[in-house]
Design a protein around this ligand. Structure first.
Ligand SMILES: C[S@@+](CC[C@H](N)C(=O)[O-])C[C@H]1O[C@@H](n2cnc3c(N)ncnc32)[C@H](O)[C@@H]1O
Ligand SMILES: [Zn+2]
Length: 282
């Protein structure tokens, strides 16, 4: 599948969205073949601040390459790094888990969340903790711009990329990175979607601070997370303590956290433990 006219320049311009996760320099440049016929699969994004070279391998830019793993990875997050889990996740786990948690259809819910990003009006969108690309792909199909699909897990990113290739999508950049320290410049990302992940993060406040940093004023943030079950304290305790599948105590507590991060919720809706909201950076 060859690049459309002008797409090479767009790919090159994507380097301007990045900030070195190691030294915070904003001076990064691609190194890939001069005669690009298709989306780059191999190459590197080089930082001239600290000379780190972030490799692009099999179409995935690894912004964690060589980084010491200092972050706390919860057991549930670790599970997501396991290839067989990544394989069953998109077909069975996500839709079924969502239905059990909300008594409603994941497909319809996802379509609504995507709509709230207003993809048609964006030049770039970040799908944070993208998993196998259940949101990144439809967003890319809708936007005239670019989707950056970021996840910690390589198996998830590989599945996301495979799904994108199958759908003929050429406008997604896959990035391995950490939500607690994302490799983007301040105010560089027009809209962020984060679905099914905020409650899994060990430090959601760090992820929210990063989201607020990379969005411009009024930039949109759309999110699906979970709230503590109102009944069934035993199940809540199991999920929380055994697999560290987190949830926020209440919508009010979550809103306080968002507010402290400089994010204002404009609209929120709940179906059992599933909680979603549309917000903007103040
Ligand atoms: C339940 S999946 C959600 C995937 C997708 N957003 C969806 O809604 O189907 C959670 C994802 O969060 C990713 N993740 C967990 N911790 C992360 C972190 N610190 N930074 C980036 N991604 C992370 C996992 O690898 C996993 O793919
Ligand atoms: Zn650097």
């Amino acid at each position: 599948m060859s690049l459309k006219p002008g797409q090479r320049a767009e790919v090159e311009a994507l380097a301007r969205l990045f900030r070195c996760p190691r030294c915070a320099s904003e001076s990064l440049a691609w190194n890939f073949p001069a005669s690009l016929k298709r989306l780059p699969e191999e190459g590197a994004l080089n930082c001239s601040g600290c000379q780190t070279s972030y490799p692009l391998r099999d179409g995935i830019l690894d912004c964690l390459a060589g980084a010491a793993q200092r972050e706390v990875i919860t057991p549930f997050q670790r599970l997501m790094q396991f290839p067989p889990i990544a394989a069953v996740y998109e077909t069975y786990w996500r839709p079924l888990g969502f239905f059990i948690a909300s008594s409603s259809s994941f497909r319809r819910f996802a379509a609504d969340l995507i709509e709230r990003i207003e993809p048609d009006a964006r030049t770039n969108i970040l799908d944070l903790a993208c998993g196998p690309g259940l949101f990144a792909c439809p967003l890319a199909a809708r936007t005239p711009g670019w989707v950056i699909a970021l996840d910690l897990s390589l198996p998830m990113l590989r599945r996301a990329r495979r799904n994108a290739l199958r759908q003929g999508l050429q406008n997604i950049l896959f990035v391995r990175g950490n939500a607690f320290s994302v490799p983007f410049r301040s105010e560089a990302i027009e809209a962020v979607l984060c679905s099914g992940a905020l409650h899994l993060f060990d430090r959601p406040e760090s992820a929210l601070a990063e989201i607020a940093r990379i969005l411009p004023r009024q930039g949109r943030f759309v999110c699906q997370t979970t709230l503590r079950p109102k009944h069934s304290a035993g199940l809540a305790s199991f999920l929380h303590h055994i697999i560290r599948f987190g949830f926020f105590e209440s919508a009010e507590k979550l809103n306080e956290l968002l507010q402290r991060s400089g994010i204002q919720v404009d609209l929120a809706w709940r179906r059992r433990i599933i909680h979603a909201f549309q917000a903007r950076r103040l």
